[in-house]
Design a protein around this ligand. Structure first.
Ligand code: MN
Length: 206
């Protein structure tokens, strides 16, 4: 059985911590009552939004190329990537040239979430099981994103990476006209744009 430490082995292997200011691999629980989530806008070789959910001491992660949509009819591809340490949730800064994922990282949204996936009897299914089953339903309490979302694994795998679909549940927070990816293009931690992060570098993540 994989230990908690092993969960971050891939994260650790991909990075040279003498060169990048990203957080070191460490498993821990968040202090908040509810588990946390973060979405990081990452201008790497290809722009994507890294969606991360706290599950059992790490941030389970997906790369969403187009970012989230609030339109319940729009399903976004979400490619599962390696688990990240909890401290990554507040990392904002530049990953240096030549390093894995080189480019600016912005904390685009941050908050807590609730597991709202129920079994037939109406009992909440634990997140660890939802993840294994490939069927997640969560309620986000973010600054930009609120309300319920689905994250469902498809049968496809691309280069060994699991493909999921992420989309908005049709609730009172759904809004086909609002597009936060373009209208709220700033950090919820610092208010900075990607260009400003690139210029000034890291202020979070120590
Ligand atoms: Mn990324």
């Amino acid at each position: 059985m994989a230990t908690k430490k092993n969960k971050l082995a891939e994260y650790e292997k991909k990075r040279d911590f003498k060169k990048t200011t990203e957080p070191k691999a460490k498993v821990k629980k968040s202090k908040s009552k509810l588990p946390m989530f973060v979405i990081q806008k990452h201008n790497a070789s290809r722009l994507h939004y890294d969606f991360r959910l706290e599950i059992d001491g790490v941030l389970v992660s997906w790369a969403i190329p187009k970012g989230p949509s609030l339109d319940p009819r729009v399903k976004r591809l979400a490619v599962q990537t390696e688990d990240h340490p909890m401290d990554y949730g507040k990392f904002e800064g530049n990953i240096p040239e030549g390093q894995y994922g080189a480019g600016p990282v912005m904390v685009w949204d941050y908050g807590t979430y609730e597991d709202i996936k129920e079994d037939k009897k109406g009992n909440i299914i634990p997140m660890e099981k939802c993840l294994k089953d490939g069927s997640i339903k969560i309620f986000l309490h973010g600054e930009k994103l609120k309300g319920a979302f689905y994250l469902i694994r498809t049968s496809k795998e691309i280069s060994g990476k699991k493909q999921w679909l992420f989309w908005k549940v049709d609730d009172e927070h759904a809004d086909a006209r609002r597009n936060p990816v373009s209208t709220q293009d700033y950090s919820v931690l610092t208010g900075r744009t990607t260009a400003e992060i690139k210029k000034k570098g890291k202020i979070y993540g120590d």
